[in-house]
Design a protein around this ligand. Structure first.
Ligand code: SF4
Length: 449
């Protein structure tokens, strides 16, 4: 019997997350599962009972960090041999032949994300003193995420991908596309808003290709037939929600109805639409499934429906076979669209992808660097010019942190803004601010009069 004098020791866990917002949301789900098993989160990693590392495979550097940290975990285990180290996420997902696992000597559990449902049984086999449970949720996406208190929340609506771009590991690491039910998504969104969330970001690898297994869950008043547009409409209807955003979009799933849904009242004034290249030949070799003209057509329609919407993109330079002329087509497309921001990457071959089997990595490192520099400078100039045009306008900033006397947050255009508050400001409030200076990366503001 436990008396008030008994010391009850609660098992502890720590989680290190690499990579994208979806990985962060998966870690919240893992935290929810561990919380339900009676674990408590600790910052004291060397003394945790369970260390979870949620990995990312998009870049080699992220995988190298996981290999590099093994020494540290082996050291921890010298002092605490019963510690469990678990590696999950994209690395185990794509490591079908357990090649990486051999380089992870400190690792006890090694599983792709969806298999987290087995954690209760695996932990109880290794440490019966910690958990006595073989409870099993049938689908990891049904596990309730444990989120830090915030007015902003990520909601995963889809995992995996069917597109098989030739440079990308995602379809191998996360499997084919799977969508959650509309009923579950809406329930999660409504609960979040009831608990004070005012900004929801929907997550999926190609989120706008969402297909509902239960379209009957859409209300009869919903004007859209496209499932993703219909989902946006339903979430937009949730009272007290202020902002709605989603990522990542695929150009080939930007139907007219999805473009129309960009005008919903709570939709942020920003669209992130990865283009990757402005050359039809490079797009074909990337297996992106759209042409330059089709991409530009989406942008034209989008600008007609919602003029003034900020635009972001992802671009890869130095894809195998990319000539200088083909790169220049990307530069020309960048100028034509006038992106507010772009995340530029130099191509690097990833094991297990089709790209590595089909094409030689024949653009030199120096050439990739030069193209990247050129694009980066163009991005900084364009972004600065656009931000300068905002000087004197009033923007709405959702404050999400305080740092060195500044309040930081994003505007409706998802641009980073900061200002010096003149009185106490609560994190999570929306403030009207006037832009005083537009730099490439931040809008300097002051509180609106
Ligand atoms: S659309 Fe292409 S780049 Fe995006 S996750 Fe799928 S395969 Fe990867």
């Amino acid at each position: 019997m436990v008396t008030c004098d008994s010391v009850v020791s609660v098992p502890t866990y720590s989680i290190t997350t690499y990579g994208c917002q979806m990985n962060k949301n998966d870690s919240e789900r893992m935290a929810g599962l561990l919380d339900s098993l009676g674990f408590s989160y600790t910052e004291d990693e060397p003394n945790a009972d369970l260390i979870v590392i949620n990995t990312c495979s998009v870049r080699q550097s992220a995988e190298n960090r996981v290999f590099g940290a093994q020494e540290k975990y082996l050291e921890y285990k010298k002092k605490k041999p019963e510690m469990i180290v678990a590696v999950t996420g994209c690395m185990p997902g794509r490591d079908k032949a357990s090649v990486f696992k051999k380089q992870l000597p400190a690792t006890d559990l090694y599983f792709p994300t969806p298999e987290m449902i087995h954690l209760p049984r695996w932990i109880s086999e290794l440490r019966p003193d910690l958990v006595n449970s073989d409870s099993l949720e049938s689908d990891y996406l049904k596990i309730h995420p444990l989120r830090a208190p915030s007015v902003q929340a990520y909601v995963t609506i889809q995992t995996g991908c069917n597109k098989f771009c030739t440079y990308c590991v995602v379809p191998y690491a996360r499997g084919l596309e799977r969508n959650r039910s509309v009923k579950d998504i809406l329930q999660e969104c409504r609960e979040l808003v009831a608990h004070g969330v005012i900004e929801i970001t929907l997550l999926g690898q190609t989120v706008n290709s969402f297909k509902a297994s239960d379209p009957g869950s859409f209300s009869s008043k919903n004007p859209y037939k496209d499932h993703f547009a219909a989902l946006l409409w339903e979430i937009n209807e949730i009272e007290s929600l202020k902002r709605l955003y989603w990522t990542a979009a695929h150009p080939s799933s930007m139907t007219d109805e999805v473009i129309d849904a960009l005008t919903l009242s709570k939709h942020v004034n920003y669209l992130h639409l990865p283009v990757q290249s402005g050359s039809d030949e490079v797009l074909r070799r990337m297996n992106r499934k759209y042409t330059r003209e089709q991409y530009l057509d989406v942008i034209r329609k989008m600008k007609e429906r919602r003029p003034g919407m900020a635009l972001g993109t992802d671009i890869i330079v130095g894809f195998p076979g990319e000539t200088k002329e083909q790169f220049e087509e990307t530069v020309a497309l960048y100028k034509e669209v006038g992106f507010d921001i772009s995340y530029n990457a130099q191509y690097s071959p990833r094991s297990g992808t089709l790209g590595i089997k089909l094409y030689a990595d024949d653009v030199s490192k120096e050439e990739k660097r030069e193209r990247w520099d050129q694009l980066q400078s163009l991005m900084e100039e364009t972004s600065k010019a656009k931000n300068e045009k905002m000087v004197g306008t009033t923007v709405e900033v959702l404050v999400d942190r305080m740092d060195h006397g500044y309040a930081y947050g994003c505007t409706h255009e998802m641009k980073l803004a900061r200002f010096r508050p003149t009185n106490a400001i609560q994190i999570g409030t929306i403030i009207q601010a006037t832009v005083t200076e537009g730099a490439s990366w931040v809008l300097e503001c002051e509180l609106a009069k």
